[in-house]
Design a protein around this ligand. Structure first.
Ligand code: GDD
Ligand code: MG
Length: 346
């Protein structure tokens, strides 16, 4: 079975981090999330992928190529105009198998695919939606089901008091290719607002709960939460870094100055330099090749690869995009920044 990864959204809610990056390429635990998705699905026996891309396809292709480095096979379906979630699936039709998996590539998860597939084989529908339960369903696609699991209604982002349940679309589907006949070609179509309601009328959509960690990383707040859950071991994601002491993960060829204090949990990437007497943590994720000066104080902060923080800067609750440079003695609190676009509070 092939998996189609939807990776073409604009990622507006994660700006400025995703200003010039497809959202699923945002790193989680120092590695682009999309790469984790491929590896997670590979561990479950899926090794043929189609990635549906719209914005910055070259960034994804440059990093993942044909997938050989990760031991998988990747084909790309590139959209020239905005096609929406269903339009993107239709556009990839010729590359898909008779039955395939669709995954919203911005969902941070470690869900098992087998129960979803087994449930799909038990009913006569064309689609099985993986479901999860959330406190506030208003940000998601909410479903109402009968006792057999058939979905009777699907409402995308309902108003708070109009959600029929707290069960939401987890952004993962098993689909039979036959379902694609309901999606028009070369047109912007939303699977959530158009295709699912249409297929529900034909009694072809079922849903089942998927277990495991699940988080849509689409906002700064949730992006932070994914990382703190990772450091708190609530989200068991395989990491390249080695846990050298409890809650202190460090990568290869990293140089740590004298008197540096790590307050766990912290995750430090490869080839990082940390200057004397800096205090890192609690809750710090430092990407590969970052250079941190002396006497720096850095807590509750996520830094992508290649950042430079000069001496005596103080950071709390920040997210830095790739290659950002911060001057000496700068004090930053709750800033989300990208090298090109500067500071945004949030
Ligand atoms: N190729 C392609 N083309 N991909 C797209 C397009 C498109 O035009 N539009 C969106 N995507 C991708 C995004 O990159 C993302 O991975 C996924 O489709 C979902 O889009 P989002 O923009 O992140 O949607 P959402 O988070 O508001 O809601 C969706 O996900 C929720 C789960 O997190 C919906 O599917 C909800 O029903 C669901 O509950
Ligand atoms: Mg999303």
């Amino acid at each position: 079975m092939k998996a189609l990864l939807l990776a073409g959204g604009l990622g507006t809610r994660l700006r400025p981090l995703t200003e010039n990056l497809p959202k699923p390429m945002a790193p989680v635990g120092n590695r682009p999330w999309l790469e984790h998705v491929l590896l997670h699905l590979k561990r479950q026996g899926i090794d043929e992928f189609v990635i549906a891309v719209k914005h910055y396809p070259e960034i994804i292709k440059e990093r993942l190529g044909d997938g050989r480095r990760l031991g998988v096979q990747i084909e790309y379906s590139v959209e020239r105009s905005l096609l929406g979630t269903a339009g993107a699936i239709k556009n990839a039709e010729s590359l898909l198998s008779d039955r395939f998996l669709v995954v919203n590539a911005d969902i941070v998860h470690n869900m098992s695919i087998l129960p979803l597939l087994e449930f799909h084989l038990q009913h006569k529908g064309l689609v099985t939606i993986g479901l999860t339960e959330v406190e506030d369903p208003s940000q998601y696609g909410v479903v109402q089901q009968d006792s057999t699991g058939e979905i009777l209604c699907f409402i995308e982002k309902p108003k708070r008091n109009e959600a029929p349940s707290r069960r939401v679309n987890a952004g993962i589907y098993v689909m039979d290719k036959e379902a694609l006949q309901w999606i028009p070609k070369n047109k912007e179509v939303s699977i959530e607002k158009e295709t699912f309601p249409l297929l529900i009328e034909h009694r072809a959509v079922y849903g089942t709960k998927v277990d495991g960690y699940w988080m849509d990383m689409g906002t700064n707040e949730r992006y932070r939460k994914v990382h703190w859950d990772l450091l708190d071991r609530k989200f068991p994601l395989p990491l390249n870094e080695i846990e050298q002491d409890t809650g202190i993960w460090v990568g290869e060829d990293t140089q740590i100055g004298s008197g540096v204090l790590f307050l766990p949990p912290v995750l430090i990437g490869d080839e990082v330099h940390i200057g004397d007497r800096s205090v890192i943590g609690p809750y710090a994720v430092i990407g590969d090749r970052c250079v941190i000066g002396k006497h720096v104080r850095c807590s509750e902060t996520i830094m992508w690869d290649g950042c430079k923080v000069h001496d005596a800067a103080q950071l709390n609750n920040c997210i830095f995009g790739y290659d950002l440079e911060l001057e000496a003695r700068h004090i930053l609190y709750q800033a989300v920044m990208n090298r090109m676009t500067g500071v945004v509070q949030g």
